[in-house]
Design a protein around this ligand. Structure first.
Ligand code: GDP
Length: 332
């Protein structure tokens, strides 16, 4: 055993690769920590689990509160487990407020799925910074895959803030909608629809079945006018009932078909490689800013520079360049 307070990241990596769920939970806590020693341990641990399995599927699932995300993921997850998959659900909650958009407030969500050994459910606290969410969620996905979960779902509340960041982490982005009463297309304004590789119209059952069919038709029409999320794929729109389970298979079939196509063409590998490259530059940007903020001589200058910028006496651009040049000790 390691001493208290000390992290044996190699042990943790080995336990995680053996499928130990507690180790996976600990590992995700470690990557979420902002303590510098934890960050280093997390980096060593991640290096110890890489390269991970490639035969995995990373899905983003988004939709406004009440659309049926947890009901859908529960039904979808159960179906995947029956088909022999192991599924990890990482829920991102951008709202610090309770109620309304909160994913984390409701502890009973996905209760049945949560009891299965083949499922791992984990809320991701965001602490405000969405960039940070993307960084740590990306690492959490890698850890889940290393622990043998071949389907990773990143769930977000579809309020337009975190969707772009999540779309950049996953292979496919799924938007959940519900039968719309009026002519306003939900999610259209915020551009979320353009991110979607697949649109699922939930609650296509009982009294809502007809409205769901209309919503499907409306979106099929509207999508003709939009550019698709991927050039090689027409966004599909599938009606489902998460409550009865009807259509849930069709969603998986569409995902599976799309996955097979992008894996065969090399587009999947290309996308993941590009995502990794972007993550590298995002990390570099963050690390540079942190180094700059941590520099004693820069710290002394910051209050005055901020005041000048806030008062409109200096442009943010010139002030930033000035600080950077002082940090680097040369013209930037
Ligand atoms: P979330 O906030 O997006 O996670 O939504 P929930 O999964 O908590 O569902 C919100 C409400 O919609 C609940 O009362 C569900 O029972 C209901 N609901 C979810 N899926 C369906 C469905 O397929 N059909 C019907 N009729 N209701 C559903």
């Amino acid at each position: 055993m390691s001493r208290p307070g000390e992290i044996d990241e190699e042990r943790l990596a080995a336990a995680l690769k053996a499928g130990d769920r507690r180790a996976l939970a600990q590992a995700i806590t470690l990557v979420e920590s902002t303590r510098p020693d934890h960050r280093r341990a997390a980096e060593r641990m991640l290096d110890a689990v890489l390269p991970g399995p490639v035969d995995t599927i990373r899905l983003g699932i988004s939709g406004v509160p009440g659309v049926g995300k947890s009901t859908f993921i529960e039904a979808f997850g159960r179906m995947l487990i029956e088909r022999g998959h192991r599924i990890a659900v990482l829920a991102i909650d951008p709202s610090s407020k309770r109620g309304g958009g909160s994913i984390l407030g409701d502890k009973t969500r996905m209760a049945e799925l949560g009891r299965s050994d083949a499922a791992f459910i984990r809320p991701s606290p965001t602490r405000g910074a969405l960039g940070g969410v993307a960084r740590r969620t990306r690492e959490a996905i890698l850890l889940c895959e290393a622990a043998g979960f071949d389907v990773a779902i990143v769930e977000t509340v579809g309020v337009g803030q975190s969707e772009t960041a999540v779309a950049d982490l996953v292979d496919m982005f799924v938007l959940l909608l519900q039968p719309g009463g009026g002519d306003e297309l939900q999610g259209m304004k915020k551009g979320i629809v353009e991110l979607a590789d697949l649109i699922v119209v939930n609650k296509a059952d009982g009294d809502l079945a007809d409205a769901a069919a209309r919503t499907v038709a409306d979106y099929r029409n509207a999508l003709r006018l939009l550019r698709c999320a991927s050039p090689d794929w027409r966004t599909e729109i599938i009606p489902v009932s998460a409550l009865t389970g009807s259509g849930v298979d069709a969603v998986w079939d569409a995902i599976d078909r799309r996955r097979a196509a992008v894996a065969a063409s090399g587009a999947l590998e290309h996308r993941r490689r590009e995502q990794a490259r972007q993550a590298l530059w995002a990390e570099l940007g963050e690390a540079l800013v942190e180094a700059l903020r941590g520099d004693a001589s820069i710290r002394r200058l910051v209050p005055e520079v901020e005041r000048r910028v806030m008062a409109g006496r200096a442009s943010p651009s010139a002030a930033a360049r000035d600080l950077l040049e002082r940090f680097l000790g040369r013209p930037a």
